[in-house]
Ligand binder design. Structure first.
Ligand SMILES: [Zn+2]
Ligand SMILES: [Zn+2]
Length: 394
């Protein structure tokens, strides 16, 4: 190759790097869902098809204490018959459906993870990720931890405190990841469900990277109350502590925790309430996990971010606006010597930027709107989005 060609190739490489650095491909997914394999009220294929139809790129069915591996025949309840679950399932899947009828009634074979994945996954278009909601408790306090891309079932953990049970579960996830050499991660579910997990509990953990900032189930108290922190306050307090302890920052996820698929009302746990948008060109589990572990994703309850760029000096964000909706972009941060996460800048627009100041330690973006959610668990709920805290290197 002559010198001129090499120089030209080098410059075209630089130009392509530059344009790619701002090109983002957001993959939409829900990491918390239940089916008949535990306490959800529909068949896996029906649930997955809903997410596919709504334009999601990935889904994880995270049933309680199971990875849907064994042979299982599900007995239809009275409620299931009312919901016409079998009729709907047979209409959609025909001969794929396997049933048994005896004097006890009708039983339907629940397809295993491998079976439902082979039926519905489409490489490059729609991904199905294996998951389990490891469901433990301590003195009636629920301790639920999702494991995304789990490979071997983890049994619910026993221990003498909430923190011990959480830490033991996290350690089992890390050990499985290490042993198999397959990326997977734990995320703490709905800390305020039954007010089981406190801010102080989360502060004590080691190796905790993700938690549910937003969960769409109506019983999870995302907003807290007079006595308990909201999940967002919890997030900031934990991160101030993690920063002080040199632990990696905690990232916030939004999920549906969907259980009910036949009726849509605020007091049911329905689909489409909270999700993550992951910046990954490849729609593969390992790429999604890699991006999420870098904080290259945001949590949403309805707002779509068109562009999110972080450079050495600033954060720029732009919303994909809906007609007639008003947005507010909040840059929130923790400063050296500060007492709490504070508002650094408030912009009433669909785009804005924030330039880092000398004493900024971490900065995150929250976008709020006046658009009511289509299917809320709280009827006053408006659409929001949260990016991950960015550690400012001064
Ligand atoms: Zn749960
Ligand atoms: Zn759940």
């Amino acid at each position: 190759m002559n010198k001129l060609v090499r120089v030209l190739l080098f410059f075209s490489f630089l130009i392509s790097c530059d344009s790619n650095s701002e090109k983002q491909q957001w993959q939409k997914g829900n990491l918390h869902t239940h089916s008949f394999w535990s306490d959800g009220n529909d068949f896996p294929e029906m649930i997955i098809q809903w997410y596919k139809n709504q334009g999601y790129q990935f889904i994880a069915l995270s049933d309680h204490n199971t990875i849907a591996k064994q042979e299982r025949w599900y007995e239809l309840s009275k409620k299931d018959i009312e919901n016409k679950v079998l009729e709907k399932y047979e209409n959609a899947y025909g001969d794929w459906v396997e049933t048994q009828t005896d004097s006890m009634g009708v039983r339907v074979k629940l397809k295993t993870f491998d079976e439902y994945r082979s039926k519905l996954e489409e490489p490059g278009r729609f991904l199905i990720v294996k998951s389990e909601e490891v469901t433990s408790s301590y003195e009636k306090k629920p301790i639920h931890i999702n494991v995304t891309n789990i490979q071997e079932k983890i049994e619910p953990v026993k221990g003498s405190s909430v923190v011990e049970i959480m830490q033991k579960t996290l350690d089992l996830v890390h050990a499985q990841r290490e042993k198999l050499g397959i990326p997977m991660f734990a995320h703490i579910n709905h800390p305020n469900f039954g007010y089981g997990i406190s801010t102080e509990d989360l502060k004590k953990l080691n190796g905790e990277r993700f938690f549910e900032l937003y969960n769409g189930h109506p019983a999870v108290n995302n907003a807290g109350n007079d006595e308990y922190d909201s999940t967002e306050i919890m997030w900031d307090l934990v991160n101030i502590h993690y920063l002080d302890q040199d632990k990696p920052l905690l990232y916030g996820i939004a999920t549906d925790d969907s259980h009910h698929y036949h009726n849509f009302t605020a007091d049911l746990s329905n689909t489409g309430r909270g999700w993550v948008m992951v910046n990954s060109r490849k729609l593969e589990t390992s790429s999604l996990i890699e991006a999420m572990e870098k904080g290259d994703f945001y949590a949403s309850t309805g707002i779509t971010i068109k562009k999110y760029v972080v450079t050495k000096n600033q954060i720029r964000v732009e919303v994909e606006p809906e007609q007639g909706v008003h947005y507010e972009i909040l840059f929130l941060g923790y400063k050296d010597g500060g007492e709490a996460v504070e508002i650094l800048e408030r912009i009433k627009d669909t785009k804005g930027s924030y330039t880092f100041q000398d004493n900024d330690l971490f900065v995150r973006v929250k976008i709020t709107s006046d658009a009511l959610k289509e299917s809320p668990s709280n009827t006053q709920e408006t659409k929001q989005a949260w990016t991950q805290p960015f550690l400012v290197k001064n």
